[in-house]
Write a protein that binds this ligand. Structure first.
Ligand SMILES: Nc1ncnc2c1ncn2[C@@H]1O[C@H](COP(=O)(O)OP(=O)(O)OP(=O)(O)O)[C@@H](O)[C@H]1O
Ligand SMILES: [Mg+2]
Length: 283
């Protein structure tokens, strides 16, 4: 089982505005604020199958970027590349680079676990670890540094409050997370990802397996996370992309077709393919 803090496969009230900013209540892990994440001439594939070529994106710090495209267009492959989750996948190959605050994420100076502390991730389906609710939240903090139990509880409470889960789980901190509802599990995974103060949060269809009410509250949380975090969200829900993302990137048929301001991508796309997609005419 991975101990990586932020690697979680996401519902509730508003997130505290200071999440992602320097964190006085959690001195064990330095808060860095939003990180600068860029890709340069990325080419990704599996075996002989090239999934994406020529992917150059500057994800704007403290902003939300949506990755859009039909099924199989390489959105998850790209997202997982951003925190090196594909590195050990059989057949995976890559050319080009990804930089975090100007440094290549494949630099020998960067350990994958340290990278994933800075670049947290939430998946389509919640993936709590088989440990208590509280331990799920603080697992990454503990991996990073020895912290007294009382302090860990304080951090857990703070993060659970931030995602709006505290009232539901305050009496169940020692329980298994698998007794929580799907939406609550996703919120728990979000609290876990936030507990280590990442600079980037990657979200792969984080609300697509949730009921509309829970999905809406997660969406609100995501909006409130920026500007304290740089957020990249994969979504098939075009209305959601419009609501949450300042920037959008459209991928199709193995390449990055178009990127820009979300309003421009939706209202005035430069490419016919983009117009077709955002107009709901394919995908
Ligand atoms: N581990 C893997 N081994 C081989 N091929 C893979 C692997 N993971 C993904 N692929 C292939 O890469 C391509 C892109 O897949 P990816 O999951 O990135 O698409 P996606 O845009 O996220 O699609 P969806 O919207 O359905 O989630 C697909 O052709 C897929 O079959
Ligand atoms: Mg996908």
């Amino acid at each position: 089982m991975p101990i990586d803090s932020g690697q979680t496969d996401g519902a509730g009230p508003r997130v505290r505005a200071d999440i992602g900013q320097r964190d006085r209540a959690n001195p064990a892990v330095p808060g860095g604020g939003p990180a600068a994440l860029s890709t340069r001439d990325l080419k990704l594939g599996f075996g002989t199958n090239t999934v994406l070529t020529d992917v150059t994106i500057d994800f704007q710090p403290g902003k939300i970027t949506a990755l859009l495209g039909p099924t199989g267009s390489g959105k998850s492959t790209l997202l997982r590349t951003l925190n090196r989750m594909n590195d050990k996948v059989s057949g995976y190959r890559r050319q080009g680079d990804v930089t975090l605050d100007g440094q290549s994420i494949w630099s020998p100076a960067i350990q994958p676990m340290a990278l994933r502390r800075k670049v947290g991730m939430l998946f389509q389906r919640p993936n709590p670890f088989p440990m208590s609710v509280m331990d799920n939240v603080v697992v990454g903090v503990r991996a990073y540094q020895r912290v007294p139990r009382g302090k860990l509880r304080e951090i857990a409470e703070q993060r659970l409050r931030a995602v709006g889960l505290w009232d539901a789980v305050s009496g169940r901190l020692g329980d298994s997370p698998f007794r929580l509802s799907g939406g609550q599990q996703q919120l728990l995974c979000l609290a876990r990802a936030l507990a280590v103060n990442p600079g980037v949060l990657l979200l792969d269809e984080p609300t697509s397996s949730l009921d509309p009410v829970t999905a809406e509250s997660i969406e609100q949380l995501i909006r409130d996370l920026a500007p304290g975090l740089t957020v990249v969200i994969v979504t098939h829900n075009l209305s959601q992309a419009r609501r949450v993302a300042q920037h959008s990137v459209f991928l199709n048929r193995g390449r990055l077709v178009e990127q820009g301001d979300t309003n421009q991508i939706f209202d005035n796309p430069a490419e016919a393919e983009t117009a077709q997609y955002v107009g709901g005419r394919f995908g």
